[in-house]
Design a protein around this ligand. Structure first.
Ligand code: SF4
Length: 184
């Protein structure tokens, strides 16, 4: 029977927990605490913070995230996380997290809440207008078709396919200033 790294860690954890709680029960007569991950659904994802791209296991119960931890099967981090990654749970469970689009008008001092539809339309309008105003078709005799007024900044939260799509989209617009958050 082949045992994966995750199986091994689970078995070790169960054995260690059994030994520990057995000892506690023996000493105090207490019962072990219920497994906080019981009945959860696991899925894997990538840490959104930096370009290292550590793998995570997200556990959810009834559609609500109850735990996030390092994925021991992931080749990059092998279960470990830095302090930022370890605090990732706060991204999903945080009353201070903004979940609506906030917009501040030019020269305005207050933020107002707008819908995603409205925000996407405004962004599309600005991209079109900026591209039209800054597009360089030729440099001397050479056709360059370059959009000099827009830059594209990728983030570590994007997966491979999203990065591919975003960079293709940016190049389609003629954008040449392509950068990634992890290099900054
Ligand atoms: S856990 Fe830390 S090192 Fe790993 S991707 Fe996230 S921020 Fe980067």
């Amino acid at each position: 029977m082949s045992i994966t790294r995750r199986d091994f860690l689970r078995l070790s954890g169960v054995t260690a927990a059994g030994a520990f709680f057995g000892g506690v029960s023996f000493l105090s007569g207490c019962k072990s605490a219920p497994d906080k991950l019981q009945g959860t659904r696991e899925s894997t994802t990538i840490c959104p913070y930096c370009g290292v791209g550590c793998g995570l296991i997200v556990s959810a119960r009834n559609g609500k995230v109850v735990n996030i931890e390092g994925d021991p099967d992931h080749p990059i981090n092998q279960g470990s996380l830095c302090s930022k990654g370890s605090a990732l749970f706060q991204i999903s469970d945080n009353p201070r997290r903004l979940s609506k689009v906030q917009y501040r008008k030019p020269y305005g001092t207050d933020w107002e809440e707008i819908s995603w539809d409205q925000a996407v339309k405004m962004i599309a309008r600005k991209v079109k207008d900026t591209r039209d105003a800054t597009f360089i078709e030729k440099e001397g005799d050479v056709t360059v078709n370059r959009c000099a007024g827009i830059a594209s900044l990728g983030g570590a939260a994007l997966d491979n396919e999203e990065c591919y799509t975003l960079s293709k989209f940016a190049r389609m617009l003629g954008i040449t200033y392509l950068e990634h958050q992890a290099r900054i």
